[in-house]
Design a protein around this ligand. Structure first.
Ligand code: 0O2
Ligand code: 0O2
Length: 269
């Protein structure tokens, strides 16, 4: 540790964290304004504390001259998502970026840690422009759901407080709480799927309704008043149902009537 000017050493990491935070927050805003849904809920970032860097270096046997390559999470970005499905979508967006290079990924979602920890980690190399020129810095991007974050935040603070001497029964209960967070994520995903499906149904229905009404109007245009009125009646009787078959049948009957009306008009002229 002697001889290392920590302030200078950490400068490019501080800059990296600030820049990456801005970039991912901007990505969130951009996706929101483009498609009204963003896989990013919120973004945080931190530079690892000097004491934690030293502890980790000791634990991993990393010599002081090799901190830059030996410790990958001196710069850390954390991205929170609403749903588990958002994580892969976001990971893919990161893989495609040209302003950072992905080195490798750690999937603690498929392979949760023994503690119960779940998260998706991506180690990237980020070229940061400093006053002394370009410097390539390692950064760890952790992607997790709100439920995973809730669990990890509390578990981390307890571990910090009790310094690896958590009583056995607390470890067990934390592991159970991790299971509860997992189930919460699953439940939220299935609720989301149902909502997306019902929205799809609603979109189909509103599309069908406007096609039926336009068709009826077209029949009036061809002076097929009686037919148009009959279709209107069928529509009035059933439009409140979600029965897509009813709309499909009605629409195909209307289309046929329009085709007949067009043919009749051609024959007349
Ligand atoms: P907003 O819209 O004000 O919430 P900086 O001060 O710029 O260096 P930053 O990003 O403000 O850094 O702080 P940090 O600690 O990196 O990230 C905190 C951001 O995460 C803040 O958003 C918090 O509001 C947000 N945040 C923290 N916990 C939660 C949470 O549980 N839910 C949600 N939705 N947001 C949370 P901003 O960027 O200040 O924006
Ligand atoms: P900080 O500064 O407190 O955020 P390691 O797990 O550290 O031995 P590795 O492979 O370098 O080995 O790192 P890993 O596990 O990929 O990622 C380390 C970071 O992931 C941790 O940072 C945590 O932020 C998070 N993490 C990993 N395991 C757990 C866990 O069981 N509980 C919680 N709450 N977080 C975990 P640090 O080291 O805590 O750094």
């Amino acid at each position: 540790m002697d001889g290392l000017d920590w302030k200078k050493f950490l400068l490019p990491y501080e800059q990296t964290v600030e820049e990456l935070k801005v970039k991912f927050k901007t990505l969130r805003g951009e996706l929101k304004s483009r498609e009204e849904y963003s896989p990013i809920e919120f973004v945080t970032g931190r530079v690892k504390k000097i004491s934690s860097i030293l502890e980790k270096a000791k634990r991993l046997n990393v010599p002081m001259e090799q901190l830059e390559t030996g410790i990958e999470d001196i710069a850390g970005i954390r991205i929170m998502c609403q749903f588990v499905e958002d994580i892969e979508r976001l990971a893919e967006l990161i893989r495609q970026r040209e302003d950072m290079t992905l080195l490798y990924e750690k999937d603690y979602i498929k392979n949760k840690k023994p503690s119960g920890y779940r998260s998706y980690h991506m180690i990237v190399e980020y070229p940061v422009q400093t006053a002394l020129g370009m410097k390539r810095v390692l950064a760890e991007v952790q992607i997790r759901t709100l439920a995973m974050n809730f669990w990890a935040t509390i578990e981390h603070s307890l571990n910090y407080k009790y310094r690896e001497s958590l009583p056995e029964d607390v470890i067990k209960r934390l592991s159970k709480a991790a299971e509860a967070a997992y189930l919460l994520d699953q439940e939220m995903s299935s609720i989301r799927e149902e909502i997306v499906e019902s929205q799809q149904l609603f979109e189909d229905k509103s599309n069908m309704v406007s096609r039926v009404l336009n068709g009826i109007q077209e029949l009036y245009f061809y002076r097929r008043v009686r037919e148009a009125a009959q279709f209107q009646l069928r529509f009035n009787e059933h439009w409140e149902t979600d029965d897509m078959w009813f709309f499909k049948e009605l629409l195909s009957d209307i289309d046929e009537a329009i085709a007949r009306a067009k043919k009749g008009q051609q024959d007349e002229s």
